[in-house]
Design a binder for this molecule. Sequence first.
Ligand code: CP
Length: 315
Amino acid sequence: MNYTSIKNIDNLSQWVQDALEIKRNPLKNKKLGKNKTLGMLFFNPSLRTRLSTQKAALNLGMNVMAMNFTSEGWTLEFEDGVIMNQAASEHIKEAAEVISQYCDIIAIRAFAGLIDKEKDNAETVMAGFLKHATVPIVNMEGATGHPLQSLADAITMEEHKTTHRPKVVLSWAPHPRALPQAVANSFVEMMQLQNADFVITHPEGYELNPEITKDSKIEYDQDKAFENADFIYAKNWSNYNEYGQITNADSNWTITADKMNLTNNAKFMHCLPVRRNMIVTDEVIDSENSIVIEQANNRTYSAQLVLKKILENGK
Ligand code: CP
């Protein structure tokens, strides 16, 4: 079993309940991972994903090895049949097979480069490991998705929802650097499995990949989208059409207290790290309606559920 996409979740509501059970008793399966090793490979920085996934593995009794590939590993070649006379020192074929000798599960973080849309959509790094590793793969944020984050988001919303069918708004917000679409993509895919009134709001031209958003509701008027919302999930992404570009930095899209006042006393969510007073004002993120720290805490139980399922699956 691999966990590389929200599509790997067969029953989201059951997974959320299972994760909440783990949260109530995180050390119940302390023997499940005995003598098993999780290898965590980072091609990009991380705070939450690294520590929460490591903690999840430790809660299951696993050993953990982490490697920062960009500063510690050989530069990898992912194309087949090339003459390796450029920067890459090692081919993914050997690297993935060798790491599989040392690890029972391999978790990978490899962001979008935001230069070549086709290459990013092909998930070159993740796909290379999926093809050549001989052990299960976990996505710790790839080029197009961050399914551990979205599972944690689902857990957090389940804990905080006050109605059977909440209104959930994914709102674009400005950011000084070009960011990938991965978190937003997986959030959309996760919300498509929920019983919710789900709305995406962003400036015109900032549409996500239509193959992901499908028929999800899009509202270009942020104020209108916020009306009666129960959850506001803020996230920046760079332009998908003018790929990887920042074509809008309008500070009117920053999440402010005035905007939150349009909602049904909504909870504020963000995956973190967050740029204060760019994405969201101090007043909102420091308010009692902000549940960003609980979201981050739930990253442990999201990862622990995934690792537990893989360990129980046996391959
Ligand atoms: N939300 C998230 O993935 O955080 P990190 O980038 O710090 O891991």
